[in-house]
Design a protein around this ligand. Structure first.
Ligand SMILES: Nc1ncnc2c1ncn2[C@@H]1O[C@H](COP(=O)(O)OP(=O)(O)OP(=O)(O)O)[C@@H](O)[C@H]1O
Ligand SMILES: [Mg+2]
Length: 241
């Protein structure tokens, strides 16, 4: 489903590579957590995979299609991305318009669009926000609306950057339940290692822009020394009190 080879990225005006020689493959239906300390390159990786950010070298193949300028539109239909900052995602006046934007863009008739939007809103328990102004929502509400605007498109590959940040415990639990019930392939960049334990089968641990470890979730997240070496700690649920 996804094959990344020798991927390197350097931001303009930066001396350091944000990603260096990153290689991995993801099978259809797999859920992979991308973890690592602040600045390790998690968001950069997701932005490159969506084509928002271009890469200096290496290749990305999604569903046998090489990511390049001329395939971008075709691939965008397959991808759903949640940005780390929900303010980067919501740009329409109201919640409904933000969620309807994607389906409308692909020519969905209004009645069908509204039915899809209602389903996504109710899935995340936020139907009451439908007529609200997007920019006046709280951080957690924005996060959930951003998720609804992505889920409504039913993308085959979900790229989620800190999906649980800003959420209260109940909304976080609900979101984990919603994601767990979805069949899609997911790559989840997160510091919420307990969510990674719940949802993901595999962990890619980034350190200073390269893959330090790519391992089954239980091997990586139970290994305190490994996590420590990469600037992290054991998931809260595994820490001794
Ligand atoms: N627009 C940018 N211009 C220049 N450097 C950037 C830019 N965005 C990120 N960087 C740098 O690239 C590196 C990787 O950043 P990235 O945002 O991918 O880290 P991250 O793992 O997502 O961190 P966090 O846990 O804080 O979200 C960091 O050193 C960061 O300072
Ligand atoms: Mg980030």
């Amino acid at each position: 489903m996804l094959k990344v080879t020798n991927l390197s990225v350097k931001y303009d005006l930066s001396d350091e590579y944000a990603l260096k020689g990153v290689e991995f493959t993801v099978q259809s239906g797999e859920r992979v957590a991308v973890i690592g300390a602040n600045g390790a390159g998690k968001s950069t990786l997701l932005l490159v995979l969506t084509g928002v950010l271009s890469h200096d070298s290496g290749g990305i193949v999604i569903d046998d299609i090489v990511l390049e300028k001329k395939t971008m539109l075709e691939l965008r239909k397959k991808l759903g991305m949640i940005f780390q900052n929900p303010d980067d995602q919501l740009f329409m006046p109201t919640v409904y318009e933000d969620i309807a934007f994607g389906p409308r863009n692909y020519g969905s008739p209004e009645a069908e669009t509204e039915a899809k939007a209602d389903e996504a809103l109710s899935q995340l328990n936020i139907s009451h926000l439908k007529r609200r102004l997007s920019h006046k929502l709280s951080g957690g509400e924005k996060r959930l609306v951003a998720l609804a605007s992505v889920l409504v498109m039913k993308p085959v590959l979900l790229l989620l950057d800190e999906p649980t940040s800003f959420l209260d415990p109940k909304a976080r639990r609900r979101l984990i339940g919603v994601l767990d019930a979805l069949p899609q392939t997911m790559i989840i960049a997160t510091h919420d290692l307990d969510m990674a334990l719940d949802l993901c089968g595999r962990v890619i641990l980034l350190k200073e822009g390269h893959i330090h470890t790519d391992a089954p979730v239980n091997d990586a997240l139970h290994n305190a020394d490994l996590l420590e070496e990469c600037g992290l700690e054991l998931p809260l649920s595994l820490q001794k009190r």
